[in-house]
Design a protein around this ligand. Structure first.
Ligand code: ADP
Ligand code: MG
Length: 697
């Protein structure tokens, strides 16, 4: 019977109880599902080591030798068995402290030792090794790579450990070898030199050597990425069919603002505005991601795009992730628009907007007198109605997309254009996955004349030196940010940290004024403190990461980050972007503990070495690795990756996306007979679309 139709219950070594657990823990229903559980690592059992050849701890090795002597220490449960193992040249120690009574050792017998060594008192130590009399060693045991499988606690409690998984899958091999229908067409397999599915599944579990294992895994990774891309790109193609408001005119407001700017747009800003305008005038709905490093001038681009829409008779809105950022956008836009006088009306709608203030705003939106509405996500959702909303700009937090997207538009026939802005650069692979259904515009150039921020890493024991530096900057008329980390789980403690820091600074700088802001403050108090700092009344702003996004005080030249080890790379980069906005040389001071981990050291080194946000984003992904990023929560990736890894499989991802694009270019809706395997599998996989913005139509 085909593996796909064989209930897991009736597979060898399974049975009702285990089948139940497999279904619940791994969603394994059939034999095919079972062979789709891929190993997470392999151990090379074809290699035999000598004790002298062991190079590092933590790598499994197997050694042939004899047990020369042993003794037990302690009694009952605390019993521990210690043995000496000799490979003819050298010796090592074996230790058991569980199930000691079951370990039966014999002198003068040849054994195969298998386990993970650790170094202790100049000898290697194996805790709970596998020790098999040589007479019982089968050829299969020492052939090729041994697969290891992820299991859950529940599975382990019921004896479903990695070895049990391996045994169940091994029993399915003969049937697997008779062939499973491939999920990728022969033409693609050939073009990208990929292994067929049957071979790949056999060799992902029991490869004879490393190259075969890698080829098998590459094929399965490709398949996984290919179907995600096919889904995303099909979504993109579908939406390319959506009608959109045509905005062909480049009108008076746009020109007026353009002319009033005290500087030229950068080449990159001009290019992305062209790209966006091409979408806006196409008569099709725009779905575009705007990427650019901190300080690259995304806000101005957003404003110019709004004016394109307004000049064509449409309303626009900008959604910000936080209230502070919404306020900041509002202030920035009003300042830019001041020369235009009454021609453009901007309104702000956030949690702090009172019911009374809302009335004229709701009216203005409905009768079309408000042209641009700036607000936070949650609020705009419910009661707001528009006369003719034509463009929605979503300013994303750098923690890319929480799947909470506002439904701004009443279900009109024509959906508004959508521009998603990311606050910091996103690694290429993540952008292709999280935002894979959007067209992408990148601002890859900073406005001219910026002095790169100098970044310096200090240990906290050099605080005196740091303070002296701060004092000098303030004496020169500059201002300073001091940021404390915020850990959500313990807000009380964080506030205490912040308060202590504030007090310490007050003592250290009695001659200066200090503002403090944090997330627990009332919006009005927050605003007041921010305002005092922005106007230069206070010289130092002590804050938690609430200031992370959007704050713009060009006279601030120092960003001092306390406990920098508690921030991720992107966050540090985002914070650093708050300075370097004026004419003066700016500095970012990263303060950490004396004792820091290797990873922290790497992060600090990267921050010191580069100001390039795109590079930092890539390094961030590499350091955090797949484990941290592949989860839906952290990254907004709405699907689990079972085998592919976005931090290492960028090349495969590019190929998979290309392959998917080639198919859809010919057949956007997968209607051709020859693309039926793709359509069927897509439908059966039911990969979710990434974000609600895809459900606009
Ligand atoms: P982002 O939002 O991409 O981090 P901003 O839009 O906040 O960047 O821009 C940073 C600063 O640079 C702002 O003060 C903005 O007015 C200014 N700016 C934007 N474009 C230019 C330009 N082409 N030349 C000079 N300054 C610019
Ligand atoms: Mg910005």
């Amino acid at each position: 019977m085909e593996l796909a139709h064989r209930d897991i219950t009736y597979c060898k070594n399974v049975g009702a109880k285990r089948a139940d657990i497999l279904r619940k823990e791994l969603k394994v229903n059939t034999a095919l599902d079972m062979v789709r559980q891929y190993p997470y690592k392999y151990i090379d059992r074809s290699r035999f080591y000598r004790i002298a050849e062991i190079e590092d701890e933590d790598t499994y090795v197997q050694i042939v030798g004899e047990v020369t002597e042993w003794h037990t220490i302690g009694i009952g449960k605390a019993q521990r068995l210690s043995a000496t193992f000799n490979d003819g040249m050298h010796q090592c120690e074996l230790v058991w402290f569980k199930g000691v009574q079951y370990v039966k050792l014999q002198r003068g017998v040849k054994y195969l030792l298998f386990g993970k060594p650790s170094r202790f008192n100049h000898t290697y130590n194996f805790v709970h090794p596998e020790l098999t009399p040589w007479s019982k060693v089968t050829p299969e045991m020492t052939q090729g790579l041994e697969p290891y499988y992820n299991t859950t606690e529940t599975m382990k409690r019921h004896g479903l450990n990695s070895k049990a998984m391996r045994n169940i899958i091994a029993e399915l091999l003969p049937d697997l070898k008779t062939g499973v229908p491939d999920t990728i067409g022969a033409d693609i397999l050939q073009r990208y030199r990929l292994m067929g599915l049957t071979d790949a599944l056999v060799n992902v579990h029991f490869p004879k050597d490393t190259p075969t294992m890698q080829a098998a895994r590459a094929r399965l990774k490709f398949e996984e990425l290919f179907y995600i891309q096919l889904q995303l790109l099909r979504q993109m193609k579908r939406r390319e069919q959506n009608p959109g408001f045509a905005m062909p005119i480049v009108g008076s407001r746009f020109h007026a603002l353009y002319k009033s700017l005290p500087f030229d747009l950068t080449g990159a800003q001009k290019r992305v505005i062209h790209e966006i305008h091409d979408d806006l005038k196409s008569g099709r709905q725009m779905n575009r991601l705007l990427q650019g490093d901190v300080g690259s001038g995304k806000t101005l681009v957003a404003l110019l795009c709004c004016l394109l829409a307004v000049d064509n008779g449409y309303q626009t809105c900008i959604m910000a992730p936080t209230e502070i950022l919404a306020n900041q956008h509002y202030e920035t836009l009003k300042a830019f628009l001041a020369p235009l006088g009454d021609a453009v009306h901007v309104a702000l709608l956030t949690g702090s907007t009172t019911a009374k203030q809302r009335v004229p705003i709701h009216n203005g939106l409905l009768n079309g007198t408000i042209h641009i509405l700036i607000g936070t996500h949650a609020l705009i959702e419910d009661t707001v109605q528009w006369q003719n909303l034509g463009l929605v700009i979503i300013d994303e937090q750098h923690r890319f997309g929480v799947a909470q997207r506002a439904k701004l538009w009443s279900k009109n026939d024509i959906p508004p254009h959508v521009l998603v802005m990311s606050a910091t650069p996103i690694p290429r692979t993540l952008a292709m996955t999280v935002y894979g259904d959007l067209h992408v515009s990148i601002i890859d150039e900073l406005p001219p004349g910026r002095k790169p921020v100098q970044t310096i890493h200090y240990n906290i024991n050099r605080r005196a030196q740091v303070y002296a530096f701060l004092r000098k900057q303030i004496q020169e008329g500059r201002q300073i940010y001091v940021v404390y980390p915020l850990i959500k789980e313990n807000e009380k403690l964080d506030l205490q940290d912040l308060q202590n820091g504030f007090n310490e600074l007050c003592e250290a700088f009695p001659e200066y004024k200090i503002s403090m802001v944090h997330g627990q403050m009332k919006a009005a108090d927050k605003d007041l403190q921010m305002q005092r700092f922005a106007s230069g009344e206070t010289q130092i702003l002590v804050a938690t990461t609430v200031i992370e996004v959007g704050v713009n005080v060009p006279n601030a030249t120092v960003m001092m980050i306390q406990n920098a080890e508690r921030f991720g790379l992107s966050q540090l980069h985002q914070l650093r972007g708050r300075v370097g906005r004026g004419a003066d040389q700016s500095y970012c001071l990263l303060l950490t503990d004396m004792e820091i981990s290797g990873d922290t050291r790497k992060r600090m080194d990267i921050m010191v070495a580069t100001n390039d946000g795109f590079r930092i984003a890539e390094e961030d992904l590499r350091l955090r690795g797949a484990g941290d990023i592949d989860g839906t929560q952290q990254s907004g990736i709405p699907f689990d990756l079972h085998i592919a890894n976005l931090s290492t499989d960028g090349q495969l991802l590019t190929l998979a996306r290309q392959a998917a694009m080639d198919i859809l270019d010919q057949d956007p809706l997968l209607e051709d007979e020859m693309n039926r395997i793709y359509k069927r599998r897509l439908d059966s996989l039911r990969i979710e679309s990434p974000q609600n913005w895809s459900e606009i139509s």
